[in-house]
Design a protein around this ligand. Sequence first.
Ligand code: PRP
Ligand code: URA
Length: 217
Amino acid sequence: MACDFDSSRVTVVDHPLVQHKLSILRDRTTGTKQFRDLVRELARLECYEATRDLPLADVQIETPICPTTARCVAGRKLAVIPILRAGLGMVDGVLDLVPAARVGHVGMYRDEVTHEPHEYYAKLPGDIAERLCLVVDPMLATGGSASAALQYLRSQGATDIRFLSIVAAPEGLAAVLEADPDVHIYTCSVDEGLNDDAYIVPGLGDAGDRIFGTLDR
Ligand code: PRP
Ligand code: URA
């Protein structure tokens, strides 16, 4: 199904190394450990893109050769917020780059029949309104889980939110961008669409089950 979305609010991280890693991730023969490692690596690379505009400030330092003016990130506070479960697989990739980030959690599961999201847990840093929020979830399918998580974050005062997915469906992108007029979405791929079970095609299957090894074979 063709589906339009505002591409100016979506960044596809199309670096060749990202695409190579994504192909291994998609492969059904990729095992749990490698899958988990790749999700972390892709999250790290996406975080690099999603923090590209962080403000810098001049600082005076001395190198072993001479005094100089160097540049450091100017006190911008970050939070990484995984949507449970699968988003947990991306947290360490973000923390690899931004070790001081706080971590909030939003628990969502998708009803297997209706595909509607259900929130079952939430815990955020108290100063969430002052932080740049990186919401992470590898899969953006119908967009229901992402939209519900963003709605919750807005209700708690979050203003600057970026959403990092690994694979997204066009339908889901359109739904999330319409539900939240300010969010910017990063993804490694915009796939073809959804199947009758609302799984992304070609996708990579059930991300949570592949990260945590809970797939029934
Ligand atoms: C998956 C995925 C997203 C959601 C995407 O989670 O991690 O949260 O589905 O689908 P949507 O865009 O149609 O809402 P799932 O509900 O399978 O839970 P899990 O992470 O605990 O496996
Ligand atoms: N959740 C997943 O884990 N995979 C999909 O393709 C859709 C939802």
